[in-house]
Design a protein around this ligand. Sequence first.
Ligand SMILES: [Fe+2]
Length: 298
Amino acid sequence: MIRVLHFSDVHVDLPLSSLPWTTWLGKRAIGGLNHAIRRRPHFVHAIDKLAALARFADEQAIDLALCTGDYTILGTAPELALAARAIEPLTRRPLGFATVPGNHDLYLGDSVREQRFEKHFAKWMVSDRPELATDGPFPFVRLVGDDVAVVGVSSARPNPEPWRSSGRVPDAQLEGLGRALADPAIRERFVIVMTHYAPRLWNGRPDSITHGLDNADALLAAIASVPHGCLLHGHVHRRYALRVPEVRPVLLGAGSTTQEGREGLWVLELDGAERSAIPGEFRDGRYVLDASARLSLT
Ligand SMILES: [Fe+2]
């Protein structure tokens, strides 16, 4: 059996005064400061919770950990360095670790130009099938054991307008994803597609134009016929599972694993043809699973 931990949107916190002054140039000054001030109280214990999450991963004998992005609030170099240090114990699982960026990690064009995310996280986005990548490292494919595959797709981009935090899977990646999912060596496995943005909200509706995934329908169409699999996402800070009509893989959103009072995660148990997902939460200082809410993924 392979046990997979899915966590997301940990948004590690740094005192604003410790960020470089260039953080506050231009557009980040307008939306960013407001945003950071509003968000920070919800994530004050993020670093301690990541330590608790590493203990949970040990207790639960997690083989593989997956994070669907948003490690930071403002995508600055010090935040990304802090986040990379904080998740380091979670990356040392026996079958490894994989991740994709969130919109906060690529907050503005400078984060992307300076490749700040890649500097710390590129090693967790490597592919066993690099010839299938169509847009930088994406989609990347990790072949896990004999019957599981992880396919990482990036849906995050900088959003210079302070009121917008939407995403899009670039067309080139959708094409690459289609090719990867059609490949029998991948398709015949249980396929875990991971991306930051939620193709649907918990109620089955698309997210708003300013917060959602521009081409959610195209992503759902790309994965719809995968015989056995699921799609992991974050971005919407609420843990939920959703079945979308005509789409075979279940959508699993971890929500935010560190947000006060909303902490969410999933543990997948993949045992041959027996596959299920168990929701987890944070209670009395530790992460716990709710085995009574186990969900079948077959
Ligand atoms: Fe996000």
